[in-house]
Design a protein. Structure first.
Length: 536
């Protein structure tokens, strides 16, 4: 089957194992800069822990010049070159990368020079035997799926370690991918990271099997740009994949990867993607609030590419006690900073694992499904939500979808935007209905700071317009850590055109969350969660 971009839906093929070494810790990298003519590369590249490919230098020449104009440099031997997008060239060198960058940066005909920085995958391995997808529950995915579960016309590019294209939960939603790392053609996942990310975005739902993704119907375009020792991604390989995503006119790009140094070339291609209408999500990093990205001279403590203006950075939270947002907390591994846009659950995420034991598996010997943590896995939930927003509102621009995600997020933590949760926890239902507006608000009962006693809860809904059919009240009871969704039909209050009432008996101790759907109330979400006791 040919997709809208010309990529074919793939078929199951025999599994081939690739070779990779397992490693996942980020090291510190300093800031890259566009070099004015004749100036040396900033010497802060020499900070300890800088991470880059040891035999690569990236150069952009001024118009009319190319690699032949370099001839030879004193600090290193140029063994070959490869063209990259946007006029950049990757030099293969023998010798010191930093010295070569410094020398090349002094050439009048060189516009940009930088090392080929490394991006790491943002995951934290965990016990995989955990059957509940609380990351979706906390963001009200089930309520959102009542509205839409996605559309195959929306394409999400996943730039990662490839994918297990034999996985029955993924193959119906996969387009034929491509490998940008190494010389072989296969984009089969040999670690499980890419397979896990794809599962969070678009594992098939409602099929009585395994797990559900954020979008049950979506076209996932897997690009393998990461792997090798350390499960790393060079910026040069990542940029090649980003350029292909632009060519294929995808709607969304997911980048569950990051490194400390910004890259001129990386930011340039990301700006091109944004300007072409693509919405980009990236993990903010797994070094914690006081992690290796901290710099006393800046409040920015997120990985790049999440740190760029045209990227939506996603942090990670832990599923809170009893699902109560009052107890929400940033995951201990999650970075924070100025570039955090929104957050989602990234701790203990249950998702797809390869159907085989990958040689360097992040899931150990577990196959098919597993549990994993990291901003790598909060990020694709937001990418998947963006995909179903795009499927419901196909004419929305990337900027409009990003704003909708931010405007309808649950404001957790400090009031308003903050550097841990950004604009808040993304919410499927609110994002798909547009949230509760000034023209369509419904008042129940004030939020209480301490539990209150009810034998019975009486609900009153006021609609700004006449309701054609009786609205349905959906409510989630959370008691002893168990979530139970129920619903009751609301009845019109006599002699009042736009007032509707319903009642239900409380049981045990717990908290309750409300939503309302029906003609005239537009599925308005009630931003209320209160604690209660049953009267003795």
């Amino acid at each position: 089957m040919i997709s809208k971009t010309g990529y074919r839906k793939i078929h199951l093929v025999p599994v081939v194992l690739l070779s990779m070494v397992f490693f996942h810790f980020l090291t510190s990298i300093s800031f890259a800069a566009r070099l004015p003519s004749g100036e040396n590369i900033p010497r802060d590249f020499e900070k300890p822990g800088i991470a880059f490919v040891p035999d690569h230098v990236i150069v952009k020449f001024k118009p009319g010049y190319d690699v032949d104009n370099l001839m030879s440099i004193r600090s290193a031997a140029i063994d070959g070159s490869r063209k990259l997008p946007m006029g950049y060239v990757l030099l293969n060198i023998t010798g010191g990368v930093l010295d070569a960058c410094s020398e090349i940066g002094q050439k009048d005909f060189v516009e940009v020079v930088e090392p080929d920085f490394i991006r790491y995958l943002q995951f934290e391995p965990n016990d995989p035997r955990w059957p509940v997808q609380y990351n979706l529950k906390l963001s009200h995915a089930a309520e959102g799926w009542d509205i839409t579960t996605g559309n195959a016309n929306v394409t999400v590019a996943v730039i990662d370690t490839g994918v297990d294209y034999n996985h029955p939960e993924l193959s119906p939603n996969l387009l034929e991918g491509r490998n940008f790392r190494g010389t072989w053609e296969s984009y089969l996942d040999d670690s499980g990271h890419g397979t896990a990310v794809c599962g969070v975005i678009g594992a098939v739902g409602n099929n009585l099997t395994g797990v559900a993704g954020a979008a049950w119907k979506v076209s996932i375009l897997p690009f393998r740009a990461c792997g090798g020792e350390g499960l790393i991604c060079s910026v040069s390989d990542e940029v090649m994949a980003l350029e292909e995503a632009i060519v294929q006119k995808v709607d969304i790009i997911n980048l569950s990867l990051g490194g400390t140094n910004p890259s001129v070339m990386e930011e340039e291609v990301i700006n091109r993607a944004w300007n072409s209408g693509i919405l980009i999500f990236a993990a903010v990093g797994n070094q914690g609030k006081l992690g290796k990205f901290d710099d006393p001279e800046t409040t920015q403590n997120v990985a790049f590419p999440a740190g760029y203006k045209n990227v939506c950075g996603v942090s990670s939270i832990v599923y809170p006690l009893k699902g109560d947002l009052a107890y929400v907390a940033l995951s201990d591994f999650s970075n924070s900073g100025d570039a955090v846009s929104v957050t989602a659950v990234g701790s203990n995420v249950t998702t797809t694992a390869p159907t085989y034991v990958a040689e360097f598996s992040i899931f150990g010997t577990t196959t098919d499904y597993g549990r994993i943590s990291g901003t790598s896995f909060s990020t694709p939930l937001v990418s998947g939500l963006a995909a179903i927003i795009k499927s419901k509102f196909p004419n929305m621009t990337n900027a409009e979808i990003r704003k909708r995600l931010e405007d309808t997020a649950w404001d957790i933590g400090s009031a308003g935007w903050d550097d841990e949760f950004g604009h808040g926890l993304v919410d499927f239902y609110k994002a798909l209905i547009g949230g509760v507006t000034g023209e369509n608000q419904h008042l129940f009962i004030g939020v209480t700071s301490s539990p209150i006693v009810f034998d019975e809860v009486i609900i009153v809904v006021k609609s700004k317009v006449e309701v054609i059919s009786s609205p349905i009240l959906k409510y989630v009871l959370i008691s002893d850590g168990v979530m139970n969704m129920q619903e009751i039909k609301l009845h019109k209050l006599q002699n009042h055109e736009n007032l509707w009432v319903g009642r239900f008996n409380t049981v045990h101790k717990g908290s309750i969350r409300f939503t309302v759907s029906g003609d005239g109330v537009s599925g308005a979400l009630i931003p209320l969660e209160m604690e209660y006791y049953k009267a003795e």
